[in-house]
Design a protein around this ligand. Structure first.
Ligand code: ADP
Length: 479
């Protein structure tokens, strides 16, 4: 089975969020199942060393304004096809935003080009390699299934699109259709049109043979106006082709036993060592010594993540004897609010604004609990890292958070299935209550230790979900 992934990020090479973690991890889990998977990725400057180590497999004289080349390189157990097009990707800063914080003016070209080349690979192959399945991820790869359809190949590959977050849809003026050779007949509700615009994600949802998203609960939520972000009708129409497959995590990268970013490695049998990581974390964040629980946040600071709700609940957290370390960046009002909280609650609240991969590991190793109070959350990965590190998740019951965290109750304690604390999304009172329950449970050392062991026993790797993807690939190929 040969599968081409089409994506805009891939850990550990280039990452802005969970998408990268998933793209970097699933191929390793599919490999032992006999899947030969290559990842088509823009050759951003961060990938220049890998690019230099690769070999050219195809070239193009003019890809939307300049020459391009696809270079194959193998690294870190992954097989990459890097789309080298300097006029599109060779620029400093964020992969999505310019220096003023706005989307790059030519993002439709940058990611439309990625889709165009994916369709070319489906047609002509990369070297002698031609995929059976083309699997597009998020809006950046969304035009791929339509381009493959327009190419009208005698033996087209099956196509899949995975929705990692429906909030990002890639909307552009409809006139851009000419750039991509999309005929007007596709300007329909059933096609690539979204309220008068060209929708990259919409096109993917309309033309892919199958749609997946990253948790069963989010798959159900996408059918509703509350979560579907205007695309609920499309999801309803394609209900039979929509599959919710829960994300896993890379168990090698996220392993408290071997994680090089921890001050002290530990397992579920040596949880006392977590205290050494906690001390290191407290020092980084300027937190006082304390007997209360240390919560953490590792997140984009946005409304989606419910961090305005958390901000309102901070006084409760501190009053209950808790401390909190916050690592994130995003919305400038939220950044400022958490900076001020650090001053108001000096020694109890610590804030670091920025993106810091090694620190994100120490946060998991050194904290007692991780807060993920999202309004919606397709899957969420930080609560899975929390489970793996015995750092109990305190989460809103939505999307993948609802699927992966089991609330502490008398019954779940008895059954040894309790792994965290849940509350309703977007509700300050609910979050205060969950935080209070966590603080109280932390006071009972035996209970807390049991909860940590329950959490660390959870199967959070890719094994099961990789099999679900493989079953879907087989189903599509045989159809
Ligand atoms: P999303 O993709 O919506 O941002 P996820 O929970 O799926 O949320 O994935 C977020 C990923 O990004 C996790 O690997 C998390 O550790 C990482 N992350 C988020 N913010 C930061 C940050 N400020 N520094 C380091 N890593 C971060």
């Amino acid at each position: 089975m040969k599968v081409l992934y089409v994506a805009s990020e891939c850990a550990p090479f280039i990452k802005t969020g969970g998408l990268a973690d998933v793209i970097g991890a699933v191929p390793k889990a599919l490999k032992p199942l006999g899947v030969d998977l290559k990842i088509l990725l823009p050759a951003y400057p961060a990938l220049s060393d890998i690019l230099a180590s690769g070999r050219s497999v195809c070239t193009c004289d003019d890809l939307f304004g300049g020459p391009a080349e696809v270079v194959e390189a193998k690294t870190e157990g992954l097989s990459l096809l890097l789309l080298d097009a300097t006029h599109l990707y060779d620029r400093p800063g964020s992969i999505y935003l310019d220096e003023t914080g706005h989307d790059w003016h030519d993002n439709h070209l940058r990611f439309g080009a990625l889709c165009r080349v994916a369709a070319d690979i489906a047609n002509d192959g990369a070297g002698a390699w031609t995929p059976d399945i083309v699997h597009a991820h998020d809006w950046q790869a969304g035009l791929t299934p339509l381009m493959i359809e327009l190419d009208d190949l005698p033996n087209p590959p099956a196509t899949i699109i995975t929705v990692h977050n429906v909030a990002f849809q890639g909307l552009f003026p409809w006139q851009e259709k000419d750039t991509f050779g999309i005929p007007d007949e596709h300007f329909t509700h059933e096609g690539a049109e979204y309220w008068g615009k060209l929708g990259f994600l919409k096109a993917g949802l309309s033309y892919a043979d199958a749609i997946t998203t990253v948790s069963p609960t989010y798959a159900r939520e996408l059918l509703t106006p509350e979560f579907g972000m205007g695309l609920e009708g499309v999801f309803q129409n394609r209900h039979d082709d929509l599959h919710g497959i829960i994300n896993g995590i890379d168990l090698d990268t996220w392993n408290p036993k071997t994680d090089p970013h921890l001050a002290k490695n530990y397992t579920s049998r040596s949880l006392d060592r977590k205290a050494i990581n906690r001390a290191a974390l407290a020092e980084r964040f300027g937190l006082d010594d304390s007997d209360g629980p240390l919560f953490c946040v590792v997140s984009r600071l946005t409304e989606q993540k419910g961090l305005d709700v958390l901000f309102e609940a901070l006084p409760t957290l501190v009053e209950q004897g808790g401390q909190i370390a916050i690592l994130g960046s995003g919305n400038s009002d939220l950044e400022e609010a958490f900076r001020q909280a650090q001053e108001r609650y000096a020694g109890q609240v610590g804030t670091i604004i920025g993106y810091d991969e090694p620190l994100s590991h120490l946060m998991q190793g050194g904290s007692d609990a991780i807060l993920v109070p999202s309004r919606f959350e397709p899957c969420g990965l930080t609560q899975l890292y929390g489970l793996r590190y015995g750092t109990l998740p305190v989460v809103a019951k939505t999307g993948g958070l609802a699927d992966t965290v089991s609330d502490v109750s008398e019954e779940t304690i008895r059954k040894k299935t309790a792994t965290g604390f849940t509350c309703e999304p977007g509700n300050v009172e609910g979050l205060r209550d969950a935080i209070s329950r966590a603080c109280k449970a932390y006071g009972d050392r035996d209970l807390w230790r049991q909860l940590q062991k329950n959490a660390m026993r959870q199967m959070v790797g890719w094994e099961k979900s990789a099999k679900a993807y493989l079953a879907l690939y087989h189903h599509l190929v045989s159809a």
